[in-house]
Ligand binder design. Structure first.
Ligand code: GLP
Length: 242
C-alpha cells in the first residue's frame, strides 16, 4: 500500500517525514531503523534532533542499520556515509553508537562484508522502518538500474550518473569511489514499513516512473509498488507530476 504525504516545501516535508520516525520510536522504543544518506533526509534528521533536544524523543534503545557505504573509504573519511551519519544525526542524539551499523567500506573482501551485513540484519530480526531517498535514476540505497533485482547485500559498480550526481560532495569527480556496498532489494523489501523522501522538481519524473510506471529492475525503486506499507513523503515540486 502506498500512502503519499505532501509538504509545501522542503522544511515541511522534512517535518512530516521526521514525524513518521518519531511515531515509530514512540510506539516501539527498541525499533530497528534502516537509515539513509543523501541530501534529502538531512532536514528530517535535523527535526529528529530537535525532538530529542526538547526531551520528547529517546534513541537509547534504537538500533540502526544504514543502507550503504562507499567501498574503499575509511569511516574517518569525511565523504564516508559513517561520517555523514555521525555528523547529521548520531553525534546529536542519545543513540548508542555500538548499536549503529553501516557497511564497512574498508573491508576489501566483498563477499565477506556482504555476508556479515546480511547476517547482522537477520540477527536483528529485520528492519521495522526503512528510510530511503531516491536516486535520479531510480536507485534506492545503491541498487543501480540493472537486469535483475539483487536480493542481498552486494558490492556494486556505481552508475556514471550516480558518480556525477555525488561528485558535488567531493573535491573532484576523480575522488568519487566507483564501487559501494549496499543492502539489496530483498533486505529493503523485508522491512516492515518503508518511508521514502523526495524533494525538488529534479525528482518529479523519476517519482512518477517509480511509483506509477512498470515494475522493472531498470528502475529499482519501482519494486516498492509491491511493498505492503510504503509512505512517500515529498514536497510539492517532487510530487508535481503525480
Ligand atoms: C545516494 C545514496 C542514496 C540516495 C541518493 C539520492 O546515491 N546512496 O541512498 O537516496 O544518493 O540522494 P539525494 O537525496 O542527495 O538526492
Amino acid at each position: 500500500m502506498l500512502r503519499i504525504l505532501k509538504g509545501n516545501d522542503y522544511g515541511d516535508m522534512s517535518r512530516i517525514a521526521a514525524n513518521v520516525i518519531f511515531a515509530q520510536i514512540t510506539l516501539k522504543p527498541d525499533s530497528v531503523l534502516g537509515l539513509a544518506t543523501g541530501s534529502t533526509p538531512i532536514g528530517a534528521y535535523e527535526q529528529l534532533i530537535k525532538y530529542y533536544e526538547e526531551g520528547n524523543l529517546d534513541f537509547s534503545h534504537v538500533t540502526s542499520v544504514n543502507l550503504d557505504e562507499y567501498r574503499g573509504l575509511d569511516d574517518t573519511s569525511d565523504q564516508s556515509y559513517r561520517y555523514f551519519m555521525n555528523k547529521y544525526l548520531f553525534d546529536h542524539v542519545n543513540i548508542n553508537l555500538e548499536k549503529t551499523n553501516v557497511p564497512d567500506g574498508k573491508e576489501s573482501d566483498a563477499a565477506r562484508e556482504c555476508l556479515r551485513y546480511d547476517n547482522l540484519i537477520e540477527n536483528l530480526g529485520g528492519i521495522d522502518l526503512q528510510l530511503l531517498g531516491l536516486g535520479n535514476n531510480g536507485h534506492i540505497g545503491f541498487n543501480e538500474p540493472g537486469q535483475v533485482f539483487e536480493k542481498g547485500t552486494h558490492c556494486v559498480d556505481l552508475a556514471e550518473s550516480t558518480i556525477e550526481a555525488n561528485s558535488r560532495f567531493f573535491n573532484s569527480i576523480d575522488e568519487v569511489p566507483t564501487q559501494a556496498y549496499t543492502m539489496g532489494i530483498g533486505n529493503i523489501m523485508s522491512a516492515d514499513k518503508i518511508l521514502i523522501v523526495v524533494s525538488g522538481e529534479g525528482k518529479a519524473d523519476i517519482v512518477k516512473e517509480a511509483f506509477f510506471g512498470p515494475i522493472t529492475p531498470q528502475v529499482p525503486a519501482s519494486i516498492l509498488q509491491l511493498h505492503k506499507d510504503v509512505t512517500l513523503v515529498g514536497d510539492e515540486a517532487a510530487l508535481s507530476k503525480i
